[in-house]
Design a protein around this ligand. Structure first.
Ligand code: GUN
Length: 283
């Protein structure tokens, strides 16, 4: 294997350990950081993500509330719940697990959350703050990617970062974060042709398109840092990324595995954002 593996699981575990003393000192100051997670319906993937988030909170000592609704819930009921959580002093962060059923507007729900409690960083105010490089909340996956690169001491300024994917949750905020760190950023998507012409130029390649086998060895520059955000089920039901790991690892400088790469970093950044929210609300 040519590439060094970036062990997101280990980096996230270190971060959780470091958080515990911060949380202890918050408790000594008289407040406990609190996160509310809203889950609508019984989508198995969403249930599993939410369970993980609640478990992570318990592990580090963050107070958490799981609020569940059936998938027939009205938008009005959901908005009323958010309005209540916005006023709840014990809750510093609010997360509504996506996707939501069709009768509910995701944008309306996201915009109902007070930006100061929007630990997902999805509210347009927080997106605007990212665009203008102001203090706010940044979506957990892109924030986790930056933390990962910091952990392996990779400077970003002046690097060519190629982001494949333009989602509101990953591709767009990741591109802005790298731009704010003085990288040169190229954003590619499903209509980019030919994709490999761009990916081959990347010092840092972010694969976030959600397509198994999108990136092969011939698509990367030798020694590139390859960050795989993909979470796909292959024909055998195994969790795989967007990158053909076995071949790309022979050519890359660094590579993230799936699972055990970006996923654990996303989870830990939600805890981090909750602590930041609690700190800001208790100033
Ligand atoms: N569904 C898939 N990813 C996410 C996420 O990061 N946050 C929320 N709220 N829902 C999701």
């Amino acid at each position: 294997m040519g590439a060094q593996l970036i062990d997101g699981k280990a980096i996230a575990a270190e971060k959780r350990k470091a958080m515990m003393s911060r949380i202890e000192s918050m408790k000594q100051q008289g407040f406990v950081p609190g996160l509310a997670v809203i889950l609508v319906g019984e989508n198995p993937a969403s249930m599993s993500y939410v369970k993980g988030k609640i478990r992570d909170c318990k592990e580090v000592g963050i107070y958490s509330e799981l609020i569940r609704f059936p998938d027939t819930v009205t938008e009005e009921r959901l908005l009323a719940e958010i309005a209540e959580l916005n006023e709840n002093k014990e809750i510093h962060g609010i997360l509504v697990q996506l996707p939501l059923p069709n009768q509910i507007s995701e944008q309306k729900v996201i915009q109902a959350i007070r930006p100061e409690k929007d630990v997902d960083g999805f509210h347009p105010i927080n997106v605007g703050r990212l665009v203008t490089k102001q203090e706010g909340f940044v979506s957990c996956t892109p924030a986790g990617i930056i933390e990962m690169l910091k952990a392996i001491d990779v400077p970003v300024a002046g690097k060519h970062v190629v982001v494949v994917g333009r989602s509101n949750i990953v591709g767009k905020p990741a591109s802005l974060l790298f731009l704010n760190l003085d990288a040169t950023v190229t954003i590619c998507h499903s209509k980019t042709k030919p994709l490999s012409q761009y990916t081959q130029q990347a010092d840092i390649l972010i694969a976030a398109a959600g397509r198994e086998g999108l990136i092969h060895a011939e698509d990367i520059k030798p020694g590139a840092i390859v960050i795989d955000v993909g979470m796909n089920r292959n024909a055998a039901g195994k969790l795989v990324g967007d990158v053909s790991f076995e071949e790309v690892k022979e050519k890359a400088g660094f590579i993230t595995p799936v699972p055990g790469g970006v996923g654990p970093m996303t989870r830990v950044m939600l805890l981090e954002n909750t602590l930041i929210a609690a700190d800001r609300q208790n100033k």
